[in-house]
Ligand binder design. Structure first.
Ligand SMILES: Cc1ncc(COP(=O)(O)O)c(C=O)c1O
Length: 458
């Protein structure tokens, strides 16, 4: 049973109100539309904490899957939304644009890397942003093929499913001209090689000598789409030089480089965008999630000329309410120096987690950049056998103890930590303390299999 107030370490209280709503959700929302890790229904969320319907308060290490980068219910974002709502609710920006949308597009052009002329395509989600690349870049280049990566997540519409290499979407029968290649997952290198002696074989050599030669000829290949950190498949951080090698291959063969920043963009990695940890300037960038702090907005920012052909509006794409929220979000990120805080707090968290790793053999790997962090749990460090059930139990127990986390990855054995970027050192410390207690409790066998049955994430 949940739960404790933030900072406490002993589970208590009931969850009767939440349980009643959960039953209603189960009767109305299909399983395909939910990802459940524990039985929780939210009453309110502010900054780095969430309170459930039964009055239990939790420290949040998830940020609504990174949406709440500036913290939940940020007052400046709320004010901007309310002001705009009073003015122009209901407009379709494609035909009846406002100045707010123009300003938002200008700001996005300004903050994204690349000193060249760009355009901004607006939709409602990260899925939309990736699908815009899928639709528009082949039209613009006159080429129909695409390269993406094992483990990648680019959304759940048909374009995203075609490009995605995520285990959760692998069974959809989507016909496509997308070729998927292994990502640089060094902890479990698909080629059995080791960095740096591998010379990052998975990047250029494999793609140039095999993929472009036998499967997707460069003259037919429109673009390559890649996450600078592959989040939903286990918060995999590629080695230094990987993204640069991919970009060199793209440039050599005239292939457009698309950077999917939907999950990690807007300060999370310690820089405004994840790609900025490399020297790569992408031709296009997919944005979503935290872009407007919870208003449904997605955007594809691309070189001029890559999105001009075809017809791809959605009625509410670029709507002024989302644009106002996006502008306020950017203001908060810049004014509060959130990327700097993410870098500092990320370093502190990594130090604590590496200490935790020394004390707990269940932790096989700890990785991340800034405040996107993954803890890969294994049954044995030697065999690296994924500790799937233990991971689900640790996430569940941490929730019981007052800490919100989730797990991701093809083996369901990576705890993902992505708190709001406003998190303080004290909160980081307290969260890791709760996490260690959860690990210890699972090691002692205090969480039964039955407790986590039915909570399968995605
Ligand atoms: C890298 C990446 N791209 C695209 C998407 C799709 O975004 P959304 O679910 O907001 O449509 C996700 C979702 O997790 C993602 O992680």
């Amino acid at each position: 049973m949940p739960c404790v107030a933030v900072g406490g370490l002993s589970p208590k209280r009931t969850a009767s109100k939440s349980q009643r709503v959960i039953k209603r959700l189960e009767r109305t929302i299909p399983a395909s539309n939910r990802a459940v890790y524990y039985p929780m229904v939210v009453k309110e969320a502010h900054d780095c904490t969430i309170t459930d319907l039964d009055g239990n308060t939790y420290l949040d290490f998830n940020a609504g899957w990174t949406v709440a980068g500036v913290g939940y219910s940020n007052p400046e974002v709320i004010k901007a939304i309310k002001d705009e709502l009073d003015n122009c609710t209901g407009l379709s920006a494609a035909t009846f644009p406002t100045e707010t949308t123009a300003r938002f597009a200008e700001r996005l052009i300004e903050v994204t890397p690349g000193d060249f002329e760009k355009r901004v395509w607006f939709g409602h989600s990260g899925t939309d942003a990736c699908a815009a690349a899928y639709k528009l870049i082949p039209m613009a280049t006159g080429k129909s093929r695409i390269i993406s990566f094992y483990g990648s997540m680019h959304g759940t519409d048909v374009g995203g499913l075609a490009m995605g290499g995520h285990h959760a979407t692998a069974r959809y029968p989507v016909p496509s001209l997308v070729t998927k290649v292994p990502y640089a997952y060094c902890y479990r290198c698909p080629y059995g090689l080791e960095y740096p002696s591998c010379n990052i074989h998975c990047a250029s050599e494999f793609i140039e000598e095999n993929v472009l030669k036998y499967i997707t000829p460069p003259e037919d290949t429109a673009f390559l789409i890649v996450e600078p950190i592959q989040s939903d498949s286990g918060d995999v951080v590629p080695p230094r030089g990987y993204l640069e090698k991919l970009k060199r291959t793209c440039d050599k063969f005239g292939i457009v480089f698309v950077d999917d920043e939907v999950k990690i963009g807007f300060g999370r990695t310690g820089k405004m965008f994840g790609i900025e940890h490399s020297s790569v300037i992408p031709d296009a960038m997919a944005l979503g999630k935290s872009i407007a702090s919870g208003m449904p907005v997605g955007a594809l920012v691309a070189r001029k000329g890559l999105m001009e052909k075809g017809f791809a509006i959605t009625t509410l794409g670029g709507n002024p309410i989302g644009a106002a929220a996006g502008l306020a979000t950017l203001d908060v990120i810049e004014k509060s120096r959130l990327p700097e805080n993410a870098a500092r707090m990320g370093r502190y968290m990594m130090k604590l987690l590496n200490e935790l790793k020394e004390r707990h053999g269940l932790i096989g790997d700890v990785r991340g950049k800034g405040l996107i962090v993954g803890i890969e749990f294994v049954k044995s460090r030697r065999t690296k056998e994924p500790a799937r059930k233990e991971t689900a139990k640790i996430v569940y127990r941490a929730w019981q103890l007052g800490l919100i986390t989730a797990y991701v990855g093809a083996n369901g054995n990576v705890m993902e930590i992505t708190p709001p970027l406003t998190i303080t050192k004290r909160q980081v410390g307290r969260g890791i303390e709760i996490l260690e207690r959860a690990i210890k409790d699972v090691e002692k066998g205090m969480v039964s299999d039955a407790a986590v049955r039915g909570y399968t994430g995605f």
